[in-house]
Design a protein around this ligand. Structure first.
Ligand code: HH2
Length: 275
């Protein structure tokens, strides 16, 4: 891991989806993803988060075999390149297959809640787990999210899921928690969470934050229609995470994020009273 700066480590997002413009299908999708993943590593990613199923509202579910088939070639190539590999999946069968190829982190947007077997499988594999808060399920989560107190409820959920994971045998040190920006949340809910990340940190686990290219950034800047129009908001998110002391940011734009975090950390080191 990069030791040349303080602040959060960077997890680069690698989406493996079949190439719809070519009859090479799955293979080409994986080949492109490997190329992309190599680039993110070269740009300074500390971890690669490999996913074969989108969690966007309206995205079609992907069967286990197809998801495994998409991600495994990328996991193998990235392990051969010496990368730390995380798998973005809800399915224990997918994580099991990826762990057999050397993936060491299970990033689960359902916080091990999708299958009753998830927590036991995580314990058995001995992998690290990223538990994320979501209200509802991906298909409908943005319809009308309601909270009394989004920060308190997200923290209580994460605490409960961490306890369930530990009860199943997952080690405390292996657990990360993530407030799940954009998952069943309005703009106001997302901003409230970003303003109170210290409360997520206070749970006592390592913390992950994902703001990169999220749709709520379009509510802030309506001209940011396409996901890759949202670099400014994404970098702001990484810096908000850095200020709050989160341990890891999950991003698409690794080079730009590393540059922003380096700049931030050089200034931090020069603040009056910094050691
Ligand atoms: N966000 C997405 C997926 N996985 N995992 C964690 N831990 N935290 C997040 O905020 C998070 C996540 C968003 O997924 P999707 O909409 O499929 O797009 P992409 O994977 O390109 O970010």
């Amino acid at each position: 891991m990069a030791a040349d700066r303080a602040g959060p480590r960077v997890m680069g997002i690698v989406n493996v989806t079949p190439d719809s413009f070519s009859d090479g299908g799955r293979f080409l999708g994986a080949e492109r993803a490997v190329e992309h993943a190599r680039q993110l590593l070269a740009e300074g990613a500390d971890i690669l988060d490999i996913g074969g199923e989108s969690t966007r509202p309206g995205a079609a579910p992907v069967p286990v075999e197809a998801e495994v088939g998409r991600i495994l070639p990328v996991v193998r190539a990235m392990r051969a390149a010496g990368a730390v590999v995380s798998i973005d999946t809800m399915k224990p069968e997918v994580m099991r297959a990826a762990a057999a190829e050397g993936a060491s982190i299970w990033n689960d947007v359902t916080a091990l809640g999708f299958s009753p077997a998830s927590a036991a499988v995580a314990a058995e594999l001995g992998c690290e787990v990223m538990l994320m808060h979501m209200q509802g399920e991906p298909r409908t989560m943005q319809d009308n999210p309601v909270y009394q107190d989004v920060v308190r409820e997200a923290c209580a959920f994460l605490q409960a899921r961490a306890e369930a994971a530990m009860a199943a045998g997952v080690r405390r040190e292996a657990i990360w928690v993530d407030p799940g920006i954009g998952f069943g949340k309005t703009l106001a809910h997302n901003l409230e969470l970003l303003a109170n990340l210290d409360q997520v940190r206070a749970l006592g686990f390592r913390t992950v934050l994902g703001v990169s290219r999220k749709r709520f950034l379009k509510a802030i800047d309506p001209t940011a229609v396409e996901a890759d129009d949202r670099l400014g908001g994404s970098l702001a998110g990484a810096l908000i995470g850095a200020e709050a002391g989160v341990d890891l940011v999950r991003v698409h734009d690794v080079r730009e994020t590393v540059q922003a975090l380096k700049t931030w950390s050089l200034v931090e080191a020069r603040r009056p009273g910094a050691s």
